[in-house]
Design a protein around this ligand. Structure first.
Ligand SMILES: [Zn+2]
Length: 165
């Protein structure tokens, strides 16, 4: 299993100096630490050896869990793994794959709503991303607009304009 903190830190309740430094420097978040430890614990019950947890994004009511691997591993059979994570953190959880194909990642996040397209645009003279959804699918989005915008900004690490057409 891969997590943003080292194996030892995921198995204990203390952080080594390397992981502590990453946390202080903002390279990883408290939620990354929490989810890493949780996954190690869940690994005793479920087969998570191939899990590749990259980053958790805490969006108040929803936590996005980004993985470099197969989304299905972290969802688990019949959604059991994701349900356990959700109960433990007390929030809704969405698992999304980060593979370089941003459209795929955004699609995982907004399911069952669909992504119409992602374009590079210029906003105030700076490069930004425009993520387009169908107006008719507004109600199918799993999170409110503010949360969605926040999620997209953290995901793209850039300014994002969410548009409905
Ligand atoms: Zn460590």
């Amino acid at each position: 299993m891969k997590t943003p903190i080292c194996d030892l830190c995921a198995r204990t309740s203390a952080l080594c100096s390397g992981c502590e430094e990453k946390l202080k420097g903002g390279k990883i978040s408290d939620m990354d630490v929490t989810v890493s430890r949780l996954l190690h614990k869940l690994g005793e019950t479920y087969n998570l050896s191939a899990a590749d947890f990259y980053k958790a994004i805490d969006l108040e009511r929803v936590v996005l869990i980004l993985t470099h691997g197969d989304v299905g591993i972290l969802i688990g059979r019949e959604g059991k793994v994701v349900a356990e994570i959700s109960t433990a953190v007390g929030k809704k959880v969405r698992i999304a794959e980060v593979s370089g194909d941003m459209r795929k990642t955004v699609s995982d996040i907004v399911m069952p709503a669909r992504v119409l397209g992602i374009n590079k645009v210029y906003k105030d003279g700076k490069e930004a991303y425009k993520v387009r959804f169908a107006k008719s699918e507004l109600k199918q989005l799993p999170m409110d607009m503010g949360t969605l915008e926040k999620a997209m900004k953290q995901l793209f690490e850039a300014d994002v304009v969410v548009a409905f057409e």
